[in-house]
Design a protein around this ligand. Structure first.
Ligand SMILES: Cc1cc2nc3c(=O)[nH]c(=O)nc-3n(C[C@H](O)[C@H](O)[C@H](O)COP(=O)(O)OP(=O)(O)OC[C@H]3O[C@@H](n4cnc5c(N)ncnc54)[C@H](O)[C@@H]3O)c2cc1C
Length: 424
């Protein structure tokens, strides 16, 4: 099986600390074996290692190679599909989840401080409105957070205030939330991997898992070795293709990002002087922010399954210029894509394929926050505390017949459906 190095992203070029953990060789023994070294896998491993478990993490490629090292870096509160879960239990979202909706942020902030992880973490986030119904959602969100004594600054901004803040008049209002923020996701993932190793975890890179042998002990097999563990956590998300029971319950949806060349001070002051992460509310959405070295990182979904940077640049540049024509003469240095796991109900999928084999996947576009919460929940579950795990596991995922075989046309149709819905 072929292993891969990082995609040619701004993040890979600026990560500084490049991991080079040895591949798995020979027979190894662990309490817990985690498959996949993205945020889910690394976060779970770090929680477990901190509690004294002997954890081994096996990664096909490199730490953060998947969505975790390629994403928009937007630290967004809330859990995708939370309304569906609340409906399942017949409860209000706030009553059911409470602080859990922001728990991932707290875990990230604590780890950044505790382990001295340099990942360009910043506070400040703007949800922008395109249609009247978005303004109504913003008002409702504001009320909800204000009533719950949200501990960070929140403000509803008018069209003019929004335009002054982010130098574009394409939005009709916005919601400023200083509890959300943004960061360099690959630096965070690598920093957490280093912390996990410091706490005693073992990480293997360039070691695709090719088989999971179930039993009282589980043997996780790669080409040149195996880890036998009491418990396994599958954290391969949209890149995992091994376990049959996980097929067809989640769609792999591509999202793409371009990074401009460094912007001049005057452009930065014009388009985002407060260094906020910005996101629109559409399903086929646009999201953008500045990097620490003042590039615009601009992301969005396009109906494309390839990796050609020139194609991605062309498509996303058009979208970027529709918001910021002032960037017409600014060059694009990087373009890349990655795959997001999107369940039909949008509810993150936490469950088991056997009594001692857990899985955790499908956060849609909210993975930075929710993977960190999920890591904690998985560590609790492995240690025998099931309450939060069951909250999600009891909401059974929908499975779509033929989803595996007809993935691309189904995803393309889905995107078209949501594009039309976004326009209504
Ligand atoms: C372009 C893009 C932009 C995004 N923007 C944002 C954003 O701004 N904010 C936000 O909150 N979320 C965002 N997301 C979503 C977020 O990145 C994901 O939800 C999150 O990173 C998922 O983490 P993960 O660890 O579950 O999966 P991944 O990071 O995809 O990691 C899975 C890992 O498992 C490994 N693996 C799979 N199969 C095997 C195997 N058989 N053997 C060994 N290893 C295996 C893979 O190699 C991979 O490294 C974005 C995603 C993309 C792609």
């Amino acid at each position: 099986m072929q292993t891969q190095s990082h995609t040619n992203s701004y993040y890979a070029a600026s990560v500084g600390d490049k991991t080079d953990f040895a591949p798995l060789r020979g027979e190894q023994r662990a309490d817990i074996c985690v498959i996949g070294a993205g945020f889910t896998g690394i976060s779970t491993a770090l929680h477990l290692a901190e509690r004294g478990y002997n954890v081994h993490v096996i990664e096909s490629n490199r730490v953060g190679w998947g969505a975790s090292g390629r994403n928009g870096g937007q630290m967004i509160g809330g859990i995708a599909g939370e309304n569906h879960v609340a409906k399942h239990y017949g409860k209000d979202v706030e009553d059911l989840f409470g602080d859990l909706r922001w728990a991932g942020h707290d875990i990230i902030r604590k780890r950044v401080q505790q382990y001295g992880i340099q990942c360009d973490l910043k506070s400040g986030y703007l949800d922008v409105a395109i249609k009247q119904r978005h303004l109504r959602d913003i008002e409702a969100n504001y009320e909800r957070l204000a009533n719950a004594d949200f501990p960070h600054e929140i403000r509803v901004l008018s069209k003019n205030e929004t335009s002054e803040l982010i130098g574009t008049d394409v939005y009709i209002g916005s919601f400023l939330n200083m509890g959300n923020g943004h960061l360099h996701p690959l630096k965070l993932c690598v920093g957490e991997a280093r912390a996990a190793v410091l706490e005693g975890a073992t990480i293997y890179e360039q070691s695709p898992v090719i088989d999971i042998e179930h039993g009282r002990k589980v043997r996780v097999v790669t080409e040149k070795g195996a880890v036998t563990a009491d418990t396994v956590v599958i954290a391969g998300n949209a890149y995992h293709a091994l376990e049959r029971k996980l097929r067809g319950i989640m769609f792999p949806v591509k999202s793409f990002i371009i990074a401009t060349e460094r912007l001049s001070k005057s452009i930065v002051n014009r388009i985002n002087p407060q260094d906020l992460a910005i996101c629109d509310p559409n399903f086929v959405l646009k999201y953008y922010r500045l990097s620490a070295d003042k590039r615009l990182l601009f992301g969005g979904r396009i109906n494309y399954f390839g990796e050609d940077p020139e194609f991605i640049k062309r498509k996303l540049r058009q979208k970027m210029l529709s918001i910021y024509p002032v960037l017409e003469s600014v060059g694009i240095d990087y373009a890349w894509g990655g795959t997001i796991g999107v369940p039909i109900t949008r509810v993150p999928q936490l469950g088991r394929v056997a009594s001692n084999v857990f899985y955790c996947q499908g956060y849609s576009g909210h993975g930075v926050n929710v993977t960190h919460l999920a890591g904690q929940i998985m560590a609790d579950a492995v240690a025998g505390t099931m309450e939060q795990f069951d909250l999600f596991a009891n909401v059974k995922p929908f499975s779509v017949p033929g989803a595996q075989r007809f993935q691309k046309p189904m995803v393309a149709l889905g995107i078209l459906y949501y594009q039309i819905k976004d326009r209504l």
